[in-house]
Design a protein around this ligand. Structure first.
Ligand SMILES: [Fe+2]
Ligand SMILES: [Fe+2]
Length: 170
């Protein structure tokens, strides 16, 4: 059984993951407005990944005999962003999610919930990957410094990313 504290914290994380998906969906629309289909593709992949993360928490709560409690999702605050700003916001957001995962891990250890502590291991590794991937694009964007030819090349590269559902399985 999950303790009430852990169950509540896991439910908050479902909301955080769907909120993340929502932010990336808004960023996909913003990229389309900017005429950058590769960026749109990249953010749509992020959107799918975040929904898969929410699903992991959902399944885990049920597996432990807990109760899923869904709450309202806050609207994304994405307005007239440049490609650089989109990735700065993405990295800041991923760092926020990493801190959420770390706090969840601290909580599960404080409560000696070894199963939840173990479940969260996957997310610790995933956040390292997500931050690195986002930082990689951000570094390239800083390098091209708004140059249209550079942006075009990055857009081509981001257009090649495909959502790998198998990477979301253990
Ligand atoms: Fe996530
Ligand atoms: Fe993420």
């Amino acid at each position: 059984m999950l303790s009430d504290t852990i169950q509540a914290a896991l439910n908050v994380q479902i909301n955080e993951e769907i909120h993340s998906a929502y932010i990336y969906l808004a960023m996909a629309a913003e990229s389309d407005r900017l005429g950058l289909p590769g960026f749109t593709n990249w953010f749509k992949q992020q959107y799918s990944e975040e929904l898969a993360h929410a699903d992991r928490f959902f399944n885990y709560i049920l597996e432990r005999g807990g109760e899923v409690k869904l709450t309202a999702i806050e609207g994304p605050k994405i307005n007239n962003e440049t490609p650089l700003e989109l990735f700065e916001k993405s990295l800041a957001h991923e760092q926020h999610i990493t801190s959420c995962i770390f706090k969840l891990k601290d909580l599960s250890r404080a409560e000696s919930d070894h199963a939840t502590d173990n479940f969260l291991e996957w997310f610790v590794a995933e956040q390292v990957e997500e931050e690195a991937a986002t930082r990689g694009v951000l570094d390239q964007l800083k390098l091209v410094d708004g140059n249209p030819s550079g942006l075009f090349l990055i857009d081509r590269e981001l257009g090649g990313r495909k959502f790998d559902s198998t990477s979301d399985e253990d």
